[in-house]
Structure formats: C-alpha cells, structure tokens
Design a protein around this ligand. Sequence first.
Ligand SMILES: CC(C)(COP(=O)(O)OP(=O)(O)OC[C@H]1O[C@@H](n2cnc3c(N)ncnc32)[C@H](O)[C@@H]1O)[C@@H](O)C(=O)NCCC(=O)NCCS
Ligand SMILES: Nc1ncnc2c1ncn2[C@@H]1O[C@H](COP(=O)(O)OP(=O)(O)OP(=O)(O)O)[C@@H](O)[C@H]1O
Length: 291
Amino acid sequence: MHAFNLQAKPLSLADRLADLAVDALIDEADLSPKPALVDRRGSGAHTDLHLGLMHASALSLWPAFKEMAEAAIEIGEIGSPLREAIGLIGREGEQVMLATTHGVNTHRGAIWALGLLVAAAALEPESTAAGSIALRAARLALLDDRHAPRPLSHGAQVAQRYGARGAREEAQLGFPAVTQRALPQLKRSRAAGHGEQNARLDALLAIMTRLADTCVLYRAGEHGLHTMQRGAQAVLDAGGSASLGGRRRLHELDQQLIALNASPGGAADLLAACLFIDRIESRDGINQGAF
Ligand SMILES: CC(C)(COP(=O)(O)OP(=O)(O)OC[C@H]1O[C@@H](n2cnc3c(N)ncnc32)[C@H](O)[C@@H]1O)[C@@H](O)C(=O)NCCC(=O)NCCS
Ligand SMILES: Nc1ncnc2c1ncn2[C@@H]1O[C@H](COP(=O)(O)OP(=O)(O)OP(=O)(O)O)[C@@H](O)[C@H]1O
C-alpha cells in the first residue's frame, strides 16, 4: 500500500505574489458599500458588471500575475526586456479576462497597476516598504513598450479632451494616490479603531478626493469628476465611513454618482493596489514564506 504524501509543496514567491494580487482584487470587489461601484449590494453605475463576474475575472488573472512575477525573477533587473515581457503577459491576461467575462472590461486598469507592482515586488522581495515597491513599479512604467498597441481607448479619448493622463501617469509617478493618500488613510482609520471594512472604505475615499479618474471623466465629464472628489472629501470631513454623518454623506455620494453614471473604476483599481502593498508591507518579508 502506498502512503499519501500529505505535506504540501511550499509555494514559490511567484505563487504567493499571484495569490496576494488576486486576494486584493477579491477584497476590493467585496468591499461594501462602495460609491457607484460593483460590490456585495449590486452593480452600482454598471449595467454589464456584477460581483460574480468580478470574482471570476480576478481568479482568471492568477496565471498572468504569476507569470509576471516569474519574468521579474528570471530577468532580474528593471529594463526594456522586463517591461516588454510584462506588457506581453498583461495583454494576454486581458484576453483571458475578456474570454472569461464575454467581452466585458472588468479589470483592465487593475492588470496594469497590479502587474507592475507584482513585478516590482518580485524583483527585490526583501525590499517591502511601500515607497520602494512603488518606485520600482514607476521605473518600469516609465519604460517604453515597443509592442504595445496604441488604441483610441477611453483613457486616450479623455487625455485628448481633458489632458488627464490616467492610469499610465499614476503608475509613472509611483502611485501617489496609494502611497500618499490610501495607505496613510488606511492606517489612520485602523488606528482610530474604525474597523477593517470602514478603514478600507476610507482609503478608497481618500483616493477619490484627488484622482483624475478617466472612467469618471469618460462617463460623466468634469462635473462628474468634481462631484466624486468633493463628495469623497465630504465623507472624510464628516468623520469617515464609520461615523453616522460620514455614512449619510457616503449614501448621498453613491446616489449622486449613480445618477451621473460616474463609476470610479480607476479609484477601485488603486484600492486593490493599496491592499496588495499593505499585505506585503505588513508581513515579515515575502521571501520567508510568511504567507
Ligand atoms: C496603461 C493602460 C491601463 C491603458 O490605459 P488607457 O488610459 O489607455 O486605457 P483605458 O481607458 O482602458 O483605462 C484603463 C483603466 O485604468 C483605470 N484608471 C482610470 N483612471 C485612472 C487613474 N487616474 N489612475 C489609475 N488608474 C486609472 C481604470 O480602471 C480604467 O478602466 C494599460 O491597459 C496598457 O497600457 N495596456 C497595454 C498593454 C500593457 O502594456 N500592459 C501591461 C501590463 S503590466
Ligand atoms: N468594483 C468595481 N466596480 C466597477 N469597476 C471596477 C471595480 N473594480 C475595478 N474596476 C475598474 O473599472 C473599470 C471598468 O470601468 P468601465 O466600465 O468604465 O470600463 P470601460 O470598458 O472603459 O467603459 P464602459 O463600461 O463605459 O464601456 C475596469 O478597468 C476595472 O479595472
């Protein structure tokens, strides 16, 4: 008789980073109540998205994130070969996502942001400070990818019309919405004892106060963007999502953004990026199999 070997094979660094990226996407999707976004309550301002689709899409991206981490480990340095390798994997990941969702864009911006961050984390697994990971990701984002198509995406149209450079610029600047706003707010709200879900909502709102979210600009113009930014600030000023006043303001913001069809999808992607970095930072080095 053969004995089964019940000892699990240890996860590789690439496995663990892909797990963390997918976890961050699932946590972002599940977080509720998010203004005008897909969450456990419903589809927000979207007609073609729902929570099950967001989950399926997140899970479908696991192999792409793992491959990006493996490419970073194998190539080992920031430069055009790595930039172009993760660009190719990202585009293939997008195709898998679209096949999973029957053509709906569930996570385009998230593949970009998390893909860069996964590669950045894999390059130097002992260097887990948020600023260091974001800086490596920015250096990658600044490199040109000769093979990237330049479609007239919604982001490109908004760039022409309003001058907002969206997801690309946010990454090239080192994710300031994450390092300067979301992570500090997440920590402040946790320290104030507001509870994890409220702390995450506050982090999302902190992103929304300043972000030039091209999803919102495309769908609702500058009026939509100002409504998002002012409304998010009003929730935080009223005490954040854990307070009664803040909750009321959050409900108002949800209603206003839905009426404007203004879904802050870029802010949602950056919340996932924030949760990914937070998990890495809060553990004892990603090389030590701590998660
Ligand atoms: C840079 C990307 C995001 C394209 O940007 P572009 O603005 O042209 O596209 P699009 O309108 O589809 O927007 C992408 C998404 O970014 C998110 N987003 C919007 N605004 C912002 C913002 N200010 N900050 C961060 N993310 C944002 C939204 O979710 C939006 O849906 C990326 O998809 C890309 O370059 N793809 C080419 C393939 C590639 O190189 N992939 C690399 C994977 S690492
Ligand atoms: N919980 C969420 N709810 C809604 N969107 C989200 C959520 N999380 C992330 N997103 C991001 O929002 C974007 C989807 O926005 P949107 O539907 O405006 O995409 P689009 O295809 O550019 O536009 P449209 O649907 O107007 O044709 C995705 O790129 C995704 O990364």
